[in-house]
Write a protein that binds this ligand. Structure first.
Ligand code: GLN
Length: 245
């Protein structure tokens, strides 16, 4: 289990989004409420990506979110209208390293995965063979999440729209490795795509802002849970929920 949060809307401070709410991502890092598939805390690192007028920024660390005082200070003075953040509980056997933490990024794109590929890596070896060898040699980390990102990015580069790219990868992996947990989030800077396959997901649409998270972070507004087996594509103006595969 990892916990993820994507935000699109008027600029807010990273602290207001990730640290201050009653069940913020910070709170979810040590007291998650909707755990499935093992894991008790999300202490194996964290990452935050956000867009600025000068381009995208990414901050990742291999330490627990609660232990990084520098991020706390930075978050109080940093504002963005497009943010993706995640706290990590490493799957057994996968490395605890900064580069294994989401967001995986390419330009404006930010990506994360909550779950695990069953039978890793043999179950998806055939899918990995579709990638250019340079993509495989430059994976951020030897993890299932980093491979999923490479597969999604490959489809995007071939011209797929974000929803089709994410859906195609999840459905291929579920066919090759049934029972895998594949809650993927892709934040393009102007839209959020997210899947539910084995883990929790909710969204809050306030009309001017869309927040999509593994768990609701606020209590004063009604978050909507997303049933399993769906793909969400959303902006603050428009949200679509479809069958995943
Ligand atoms: N399998 C991924 C990793 O190890 C995601 C883990 C999770 O969702 N807990 O990074």
């Amino acid at each position: 289990m990892c916990r993820q949060l994507a935000y699109l809307g008027p600029p807010v401070t990273l602290a207001a989004l990730l640290l201050d709410p009653p069940h913020s991502l910070l709170h979810q890092s040590y007291a998650p409420a909707e755990m499935r598939g093992g894991g008790t805390v999300n202490a194996d690192g964290f990452g935050v990506g956000w867009h600025t007028g000068d381009g995208p920024v990414r901050y990742r660390r291999a330490c627990p979110l609660w232990s990084d005082e520098s991020f706390g200070a930075l978050a109080r003075v940093t504002r963005s209208g497009a943010v993706f953040a995640a706290v990590r509980s490493a799957t057994v056997g996968m490395p605890v390293t900064e580069t294994a933490c989401a967001p995986f990024a390419d330009g404006a794109l930010m990506f994360g995965h909550n779950g695990r590929i069953l039978g890793w890596p043999d179950s998806v070896a055939k899918l990995a063979e579709r990638l250019p060898v340079t993509d495989l040699l430059t994976l951020d980390a030897p993890t299932d999440s980093a491979l999923l990102w490479a597969l999604v990015r490959h489809r995007l580069r071939a011209g797929a729209d974000p929803t089709d790219a994410v859906r195609g990868v999840v459905c291929d992996v579920l066919a090759a490795a049934p029972g895998s947990r594949l809650n993927l989030v892709l934040h393009t800077g102007s839209a959020v795509v997210a899947t539910t396959a084995g883990h929790s997901l909710s969204y809050l649409d306030t009309g001017d802002a869309l927040t999509v998270g593994s768990e609701p972070s606020t209590v004063d507004r009604p978050w909507t849970p997303v049933p399993d087996g769906r793909i969400l594509t959303g902006t603050p103006d428009h949200l679509v929920l479809e069958e995943l595969c």
